[in-house]
Design a protein around this ligand. Structure first.
Ligand code: ADP
Ligand code: MG
Length: 214
């Protein structure tokens, strides 16, 4: 997977967030402050702008650099809880990839692990706390397991995205223990976590970008 695949990932993620902007905001209206879709739409719009303004720049684009620019832009634009958390996830994933021009599946698995570790270091959420960590951790685990079992790349990417979606749905019966939704206590039960839902969209976009490149 070269820089073009990572660019395509961000384009596809931005589209998925735009299409689901109101849905994400409605999820956040139920257990938060109704801004998650708006926040991420603003963030990914800025990411696409930042990436296209660096087209033809002197330094060659690498997957790691694309993720670094994405993370920096999201931290700057998104705000709230999810801005620093997503920003850290992309930046840590970018650092993990270094300046490699091409990313293989084990390198992608390592980057996902680095993203998860960064989110947990910053937000201190564990699986089951009803946050984006639920989707990211499940997806990272499913992807790692697929690699261990030597699954074909397309299958591994599908498992990644499907695990994230299933984990987002699995947040519905949970009580939130981190973030704004935790202020609701037991009243947070019965609603899908908006950050887990957006993580599933972003990882679905990764699958789409990587599979269509193969
Ligand atoms: P805010 O809560 O500041 O309005 P957003 O609405 O953009 O920010 O994002 C809310 C999402 O952020 C939640 O649905 C949850 O997934 C995620 N989140 C909040 N706090 C944490 C945390 N400590 N660790 C991981 N994710 C968190
Ligand atoms: Mg919010």
């Amino acid at each position: 997977m070269d820089a073009e695949v990572f660019r395509a990932w961000m384009t596809s993620a931005a589209t998925a967030i735009e299409v689901n902007r109101d849905h994400l905001t409605q999820l956040d209206a139920a257990i938060g402050d109704a801004d998650h879709g708006i926040n991420l739409h603003r963030g990914f719009t800025a990411v696409l702008r930042a990436l296209s303004s660096r087209n033809g720049a002197a330094a060659p684009m690498t997957p790691g650099r694309i993720l670094a620019i994405t993370g920096k832009t999201i931290i700057y634009e998104v705000g709230g809880a999810s801005g620093p958390l997503y920003g850290t996830a992309f930046r840590q994933a970018g650092l993990s990839l270094g300046n490699a021009a091409d990313v293989d599946l084990p390198a992608l698995a390592a980057a996902l692990n680095a993203a998860l570790a960064g989110v947990q270091r910053l937000g201190a959420a564990r699986e089951g706390d009803k946050t984006m960590v639920d989707a990211l951790a499940a997806a990272t685990r499913a992807f790692g397991q697929a690699l261990e079992e030597r699954a074909p790349a397309d299958d591994a990417l599908s498992y990644l995205a499907e695990a994230a979606s299933a984990a987002a749905i699995a947040t519905i019966p949970m009580q939130a223990l981190k973030g704004r939704a935790s202020y609701l206590g037991p009243r947070s039960v019965g609603h899908e976590d908006p950050g887990a839902a957006s993580t599933a969209l972003i990882l679905g976009a990764l699958r789409d970008a990587a599979q269509s490149n193969r």
